[in-house]
Design a binder for this molecule. Structure first.
Ligand SMILES: CC(C)(COP(=O)(O)OP(=O)(O)OC[C@H]1O[C@@H](n2cnc3c(N)ncnc32)[C@H](O)[C@@H]1OP(=O)(O)O)[C@@H](O)C(=O)NCCC(=O)NCCS
Length: 154
């Protein structure tokens, strides 16, 4: 398996991955077809932003994805992590963690000292993963978790 950045030529394969994964895990991504279309346009448009979209791929099969966008936080670069997902049969193999570590490396290379993401408390696997990596919930918003990227290799 390799991790690599998204290429514009991946559009149809990544869309198929997103649709298959949404269908396989309605508890987490309970999307209607219309929602999938809308979310897909949003995911794909991240290519236009100062963002990296990382794919986990094995022999041409896309197993997972995460996006990392760099935004200003208190006038310094910060990272927003979105769209983390791994195909159902390939979960608990460490792919989600590897994707997050790569996103953090990209964020640090862009000068980010903090990373933030949104996760519903019901997304227990994701909350466990983020907590294990060092994310903590923000007091003001129970759906937001943040992590200090300095002083850690996570
Ligand atoms: C969240 C998600 C990406 C995790 O991907 P993954 O490849 O299965 O995660 P990993 O194998 O790297 O797990 C790393 C650690 O996360 C935690 N974890 C992952 N899945 C877990 C689960 N189902 N229950 C409890 N802890 C879990 C564990 O601490 C695990 O370490 P361990 O296997 O040594 O115990 C995957 O479950 C997924 O795609 N979920 C649906 C989409 C989603 O909720 N995305 C998050 C949007 S905010």
């Amino acid at each position: 398996m390799e991790l690599r950045e998204l290429d514009p030529q991946d559009e149809q394969r990544v869309r198929a991955f997103v649709v298959a994964t949404a269908g396989a895990s309605p508890e987490a991504w309970s999307w209607t077809p219309a929602r999938i279309d809308r979310e897909w346009r949003s995911v794909w448009s991240t290519l236009q932003l100062p963002v990296a979209t990382i794919l986990a791929e094995d022999e041409g099969r896309i197993l997972g994805m995460v996006c990392c966008t760099i935004v200003p936080v208190d006038r310094e670069p910060g990272a927003v992590i979105t769209n983390l997902c791994v195909t159902l049969p390939d979960r608990r193999r460490g792919i989600g963690r590897l994707l997050m570590l790569r996103a953090h490396d990209i964020a640090r290379a862009a000068g980010a000292r903090v990373a933030a993401l949104q996760v519903a408390p019901t997304q227990q696997a994701a909350v466990q993963l983020y907590t294990a990596l060092g994310y903590s919930p923000v007091k003001e918003s129970e759906d937001t978790m943040v992590m200090d990227l300095s002083g850690t290799t996570n």
